[in-house]
Design a protein around this ligand. Structure first.
Ligand SMILES: C[S@@+](CC[C@H](N)C(=O)[O-])C[C@H]1O[C@@H](n2cnc3c(N)ncnc32)[C@H](O)[C@@H]1O
Length: 289
């Protein structure tokens, strides 16, 4: 990433003394280093509008002053990263993944649980939780008592994101009822209850999910292996080297025969792609050793 000349006016009506294309280039470099997120030049306006409130709240008059601050203050840097994430998500997004989960994986996972074996799931880049709850409803299935039995067995779901505001919303587990409309009725009916116009996720589901702040670009405090990982519409923000590293790390933490679900416009790339077999649209299976 090359820095543009300092005097360039980036945003019409905003003095380059306040926010210049050099400031944008520096912020893009910092965010790439911290979170692997690539901010192309076309995002200069977005960066301005998302960060201007933080710049003001920090008492900095110019973006360059604020850049100095995030260089020294890790908490402020985290706020900057979170502010620049895109958290768009919705229930049952890319429905074919949940159908695959229900029809192809669930029977096998049920067997594992019946034999007292652990089942581990990761919703990586879960945003505000709609993906995670869609996974859990699909896993527990339409029969309440068998779902409750599953939830009481050794089934755990890790749901992680880099953005604290997203994790907070995910943990609240409460959404406007209309947001649940893409979820099959037989799952919604069993696993959510309505309260004052909101849909609240059932306690049985909440007990098996752990929401965590986690930077996919950093260390993963993870023990054991996952039966499947959802990492959808996250890698689109990364460049190829970062994607390839991530795919390799996912391969390392998946069980042999485990599944990786990615977003509709994403691809498993790099040397670790050989560890996977494409088994459905954007559904990959880790080859047995
Ligand atoms: C567009 S949302 C996708 C949400 C969900 N997976 C889906 O497909 O609907 C992308 C999420 O990835 C998260 N993200 C971006 N970079 C990340 C990183 N380095 N580590 C962890 N999460 C990250 C963002 O905070 C955001 O919530």
């Amino acid at each position: 990433m090359t820095a543009a000349p300092a005097s360039t006016n980036t945003i019409p009506g905003v003095s380059p003394d306040i926010y210049s294309s050099a400031d944008f280039a520096q912020i893009a470099k910092i965010i790439y280093g911290a979170a692997g997120i690539v901010l192309p030049q076309g995002k200069a306006m977005l960066v301005y509008s998302r960060l201007a409130p933080l710049v003001r709240a920090a008492g900095s008059v110019t973006f360059s002053k604020y850049i100095e601050l995030i260089g020294e203050d890790a908490a402020e840097l985290n706020k900057t990263v979170a502010a620049l994430t895109t958290n768009h998500t919705f229930f049952y997004r890319e429905a074919h993944h949940f159908e695959h989960l229900r029809n192809e994986l669930r029977p096998h996972l049920l067997e594992k649980l019946r034999h007292r074996q652990p089942v581990r799931v990761w919703s990586a880049g879960c945003s505000s939780g709609e993906e995670t709850w869609s996974i859990v409803m699909s896993l527990l299935g339409p029969d309440r008592s068998s779902g409750i039995n599953m939830a009481r067995s050794d089934l755990r779901v890790l749901a992680s994101d880099i953005a604290p505001h997203a994790i907070q919303k995910a943990e609240a587990a409460t959404y406007p009822v209309k947001d649940l409309s893409p979820v099959p009725e037989e799952l919604r009916r069993v696993w959510t209850t309505e309260k004052g116009g909101d849909a609240v996720m059932a306690d049985a589901m909440r007990q098996i999910v752990r929401f965590r702040l986690l930077n996919l670009h950093g260390d993963w405090p993870i023990k054991g292996h996952f039966d499947f990982i959802f990492c959808r519409n996250v890698m689109i923000y990364f460049d190829n080297p970062t994607k390839e590293r991530l795919v390799k790390r996912f391969a390392d933490v998946l069980e042999p025969g485990g599944f990786l679900y990615i977003g509709h416009s994403e691809r498993v790339t790099g040397p670790a792609a050989n560890d996977f077999q494409l088994v459905g649209p954007t559904i990959y299976r880790k080859r047995a050793a």
